[in-house]
Design a protein around this ligand. Sequence first.
Ligand SMILES: Nc1ncnc2c1ncn2[C@@H]1O[C@H](COP(=O)(O)OP(=O)(O)OP(=O)(O)O)[C@@H](O)[C@H]1O
Length: 279
Amino acid sequence: MAEVVHPPILLKGVSKSFKDGRVHALDDLSFDVRPGEFVSVVGPSGCGKTTLLRLINGLIKPDGGEVLVNGRPPEPTQNMAIVFQSARLLPWRTVVSNIEFVLRIRGHSRLDSRSRALALLGVVGLRDFADAHPHELSGGMQQRVGLARALAVEPDVLLMDEPFAALDAMTRETLRIELLRLWERRHMAVVFVTHDIDEAIILSQRIVVLRPRPGRIDAIIPVDLPGPRSQTDPRGLPVFAELRRSLWDRIQAMGREGTALEELAGAFGRPAPTDDPTR
Ligand SMILES: Nc1ncnc2c1ncn2[C@@H]1O[C@H](COP(=O)(O)OP(=O)(O)OP(=O)(O)O)[C@@H](O)[C@H]1O
């Protein structure tokens, strides 16, 4: 009999409330992430993006519906990694030891952990900083270490919660390309939360748009751009402008339906007039 292939991530009618049901964070969310797929999640502040990642990661449980990772409810033993807005490195450990640490607790030998950690630091361009401590690194470099640490466990599911939001524009750009290169090489399933529409289009194969109060799926938008993404900047392409416009229109429509438009504009960054394809 043919083996059943489960999607890396599957959500079926997932709901989640906090404060004894007074805060309805997510309502009836259903979508899947296919093997090797890069999916971004966008939506205004408070629409449940982080809650969604925490549900997939198994840090919290849904009140209703089902979250499945590789066909099973999420659990710590699964090959999943999460990257946050700040790298959250252990300050008393060196850079290389921060990565070795996660390998050691997964049962890798001391020797193997070190060689893997050093190889990964090479991949993210930080081999020369192996023996530095986190405070000696810039925010962008720390985030690179965080990425290397997440990849060390060779996850087949990588969750990212606005990982580049705190970085300057240039570092952000460099890390995006680095992430795309790593993804093209390893092809893990990625769920990437961002407030930045351009970033979502540049990185993803599909974009899940959430609407707030309670968080629901507004649309799932396929992003069909010529690849490989790490080598082609789509921002000059007509299809990019069209996608950007349609996402922006969608967000404006949410505003008209009652969500404060200014909040949305602040959260997403209104397209500059010169970038506006309709002008
Ligand atoms: N542990 C919690 N206890 C109580 N309420 C919570 C908790 N976690 C999230 N919430 C509420 O659930 C809703 C969704 O929060 P969440 O952090 O997932 O949104 P978000 O889309 O990630 O927001 P942002 O873009 O501002 O980071 C919010 O109303 C938030 O206040």
